[in-house]
Design a protein around this ligand. Structure first.
Ligand SMILES: *[C@@H]1O[C@H](CO)[C@@H](O)[C@H](O)[C@H]1NC(C)=O
Ligand SMILES: *[C@@H]1O[C@H](CO)[C@@H](O)[C@H](O)[C@H]1NC(C)=O
Ligand SMILES: *[C@@H]1O[C@H](CO)[C@@H](O)[C@H](O)[C@H]1NC(C)=O
Ligand SMILES: [Fe+2]
Length: 222
């Protein structure tokens, strides 16, 4: 799991994922808050569908794909293994992205980051407001479905913003550890914000769980 996490935007998924994953079946993680708890910023209907339908579908399809992958491995069928990789990447990526996303949000969220995270933001972006402006702009600009990410670049020790369109994972971001993700697939906002993605991105800052982002930064630095 750790391997895959740190290669979110990588162009390929290592076949290792299939072997490692055989040891467990993936399951839909529970939310630590109610579907309605993020209102008025994200409404209950969106949260319920997003978690219990969209995320659950990624998990089910990941399970099914991994089973097929195991069979292909057992048979030594390389062609089948290769052809299963896009589905592994899509459903594995969806499962991981959403698992991070739920913990990045909290009914007690919003406000400003504290401590080391705040210092790193000031160092790498100038100010918290500058981070929000830059990440909002990058996220709003994603073409079609995709995600905006704040990540930790282990090589430089710096925070970085990157935006990944659905069909076109960025290659250059290999090694970027995800700290904060903003889902801008339409299923994440359409029922409440219609096609006005910028309003959704503006509102989501009110429910960001900065403590979780800080914890992730601590973990990434180890
Ligand atoms: C994972 O897949 C198995 C079968 O492939 C299924 O029984 C299980 O319910 C799935 N888990 C989730 C959370 O969907
Ligand atoms: C998961 O996030 C990565 C990085 O933003 C992105 O390339 C990928 O398309 C996402 N997958 C899904 C299913 O959301
Ligand atoms: C926050 O992130 C960490 C990963 O560093 C995760 O293990 C934890 O469950 C999250 N906590 C909450 C409250 O979301
Ligand atoms: Fe989503």
């Amino acid at each position: 799991l750790t391997f895959f996490l740190s290669h979110l935007c990588a162009a390929t998924v290592s076949p290792v994922l299939g072997t490692v994953a055989a040891r467990w079946k993936h399951s839909l993680p529970d939310l630590t808050y109610d579907y309605g708890a993020l209102e008025p910023h994200i409404n209950a209907e969106i949260m319920q569908l997003h978690h219990s339908k969209h995320h659950a579908t990624y998990v089910n399809n990941l399970n099914v794909t991994e089973e097929k992958y195991q069979e292909a491995l057992a048979k030594g069928d390389v062609t089948a293994q290769v052809s299963l990789q896009p589905a592994l990447r899509f459903n594995g990526g969806g499962h991981i992205n959403h698992t991070i996303f739920w913990t990045n949000l909290s009914p007690n969220g919003g406000g400003e980051p504290q401590g080391e995270l705040a210092a790193a933001i000031n160092r790498d972006f100038g100010s918290f407001q500058a981070l929000k402006d830059k990440m909002s702009a990058a996220t709003v600009a994603v073409q079609g479905s995709g995600w905006g990410w704040l990540g930790f670049d282990k090589e430089s020790g710096k925070l970085r913003i990157t935006a990944c369109p659905n069909q076109d994972p960025l290659q250059g971001t290999t090694g970027l550890v995800p700290l904060l993700g903003i889902d801008v697939w339409e299923h994440a906002y359409y029922l409440q914000y219609k096609n006005v993605r910028p309003d959704y991105v503006k509102a989501i800052w009110n429910v960001i769980n900065w403590e979780n982002v800080s914890e992730r930064l601590q973990a990434a630095k180890k």
